[in-house]
Ligand binder design. Structure first.
Ligand code: AMP
Ligand code: ZN
Length: 138
């Protein structure tokens, strides 16, 4: 399915040009237009899924396999020191483009992004932690 108002549908379909570093029948990997670091790229499925919740499990599995391949390949070519894989779902989680994408972010020692890719640590009481544990455990 394509969404005619979606910029990533247009990019993955080739209607809008992009700096594509890899593509196959199912995915396109492009350089992010506003990169966090040198080489920041996005895995974009050609099908329109707004987020991870909408994506079928088999596609999600293939996204992760591609992310692993790209991480190895990009690390070798860019000689980066580390790698973040980030994937935002929903406005509350920082998603701004509502077509699933996975961020591939090469990291370099001292690249200045330490704070942006971190989070503050909550101080939860033992009871609060136990409460969450009870909700989540299978
Ligand atoms: P998110 O905040 O997880 O939804 O990430 C959206 C990402 O898409 C941001 O890092 C943007 O810089 C990037 N982005 C938005 N428009 C374009 C575009 N036309 N080409 C490449 N990257 C884009
Ligand atoms: Zn789309």
């Amino acid at each position: 399915m394509r969404d005619s108002n979606c910029i990533f549908c247009k990019i993955s379909g080739g209607e809008i040009p992009s700096k594509t570093i890899y593509e196959d029948d199912e995915f396109r990997v492009i350089l992010d237009i506003s990169p966090a670091t040198r080489g920041h790229a996005l895995i974009i499925p050609r099908e329109h899924y707004a987020n991870l919740y909408e994506m079928p499990e088999d596609v999600a599995g293939r996204v992760m396999i591609l992310a692993k391949k790209m991480a190895g390949h990009m690390t070798e070519l860019l000689q980066c020191d580390g790698f973040n894989i980030v994937q935002n779902n929903g406005e509350a989680a920082g998603q701004t483009v509502f077509h699933f994408h996975m961020h591939l972010i090469p990291r370099y020692a001292g690249d200045g992004n330490e704070e942006k890719l971190c989070w503050n640590h909550l101080e939860l009481s033992a009871e609060e932690l136990e409460d969450i544990f009870r909700k989540l455990k299978q």
